[in-house]
Design a protein around this ligand. Structure first.
Ligand code: SF4
Ligand code: SF4
Ligand code: SF4
Length: 322
């Protein structure tokens, strides 16, 4: 299955924000109530109910002129995705098509993905954001939200709704290799007038699945020039909420998501296109010697589950620091 990517060409974006609206419509996300701030940029930031927005950057050009730059703000679907490594419950999943999705059912709202995303993308809010993004669990809670890459549309062979609606062709979608080729070609075409033109995301974090054609350095557009991986603290396993421990112990929630690819979780240094993994079943994972020494919970089953969670998190954290 070929990895997919979105290619955003900033030179073709007219900031119509049809992509913002299409995202809200597809996922039935509510509008955000805002006030006039003296700018066309609206809403002012991403939120649990706004997963994709156009940022307006007014900046002085190198030739002294003022430039108005439009940039897309949304999840980059990183290959080396800090949010995946730090998530203690495997709520974040690398899909074989390359994108990073969030399973709200597994999310405990710990906020680690919010803290460690280099692009400041995920946002926390309650569990009833939209009829299309529901949490079945009966205990109301906070969960993390971000762009889902229109995974249900991709499953039907369609492009993400933002791409589908873009009237200027600023957003393109296809196999990542094709998008890289297209982006490189566009950058080469811009070189004469924009010597600092750059294809952002081709190599950053081992390849983003949303790439940008920029006419200048990334920071001019409000993007980190060199998004880097951090040293991530271990998750305190004693803070797993009761509902999560019980759900895993009762097997209503598998410790390891069946659809997840273990190699993508356990190896921080990923090849852009990893080979077929040797899947490690949740049973094998939970059956290892976890070396857990935390306080006792009710019953050996709960101890085993928490121990397994602890080992997995420690291992993820250690790998993240390598
Ligand atoms: S942009 Fe942030 S939320 Fe999206 S995959 Fe990368 S680290 Fe995760
Ligand atoms: S807030 Fe949810 S998705 Fe984010 S790290 Fe915590 S459990 Fe994972
Ligand atoms: S729909 Fe296309 S042109 Fe309009 S704001 Fe979005 S990316 Fe830009």
């Amino acid at each position: 299955m070929a990895e997919k990517s979105v290619l955003f060409d900033t030179t073709k974006c007219i900031a119509c924000r049809a992509c913002q609206v299409a995202c809200k419509q597809w996922w039935e996300l509510p509008a955000t109530l805002t006030a006039n701030r003296g700018t066309y940029e609206n809403p002012p930031d991403l939120s649990a109910e706004t997963w994709n927005k156009i940022r307006f950057e007014e900046t002085g050009g190198r030739d002294g002129t003022v430039r108005w730059l439009f940039t897309r703000q949304a999840c980059m679907h990183c290959t080396e995705a800090p949010c995946v490594w730090v998530c203690p419950t495997y709520a974040r999943t690398h899909h074989a098509l390359g994108y990073v999705s969030t399973d709200q059912e597994r999310c405990i709202g710990c906020g680690r993905c919010v803290e460690f995303c280099p692009f400041e993308v995920p946002r926390l809010d309650g569990d009833n954001i939209s009829p299309r993004v529901t949490v079945k669990a009966s205990i109301p809670r906070t969960v993390a939200y971000k762009c889902k890459f229109c995974e249900d549309r991709l499953a039907e062979g369609l492009s993400p709704s933002c791409v589908k609606t873009c009237p200027t062709g600023a957003l393109q979608f296809g196999d990542r290799t094709m998008m890289v080729e297209q982006g490189r070609g566009r950058v080469a075409g811009l070189a004469a007038t924009h010597p600092r033109a750059y294809l952002y995301g081709e190599n950053e974090l081992r390849g983003l699945h949303v790439m940008y054609v920029l006419t200048d350095d990334p920071h001019i557009y409000g993007l980190p020039d060199k998004p880097r991986l951090g040293v991530y603290p271990e998750f305190d396993e004693n803070t797993f909420p009761d509902w999560y421990v019980k759900a895993v112990a009762g097997k209503s929630l598998p410790l390891f998501p069946p659809e997840a690819r273990p190699d993508w979780y356990m190896q921080p240094k990923l090849a852009p296109t990893p080979g077929p993994p040797e899947p490690e079943s949740p049973k094998r994972l939970a059956g290892r010697d976890m070396g857990w020494g935390g306080p006792a919970l009710s019953g050996w089953l709960a101890i085993g589950v928490v121990g397994a969670l602890s080992w997995v998190i420690r291992r993820k954290s250690q790998r993240g620091q390598e």
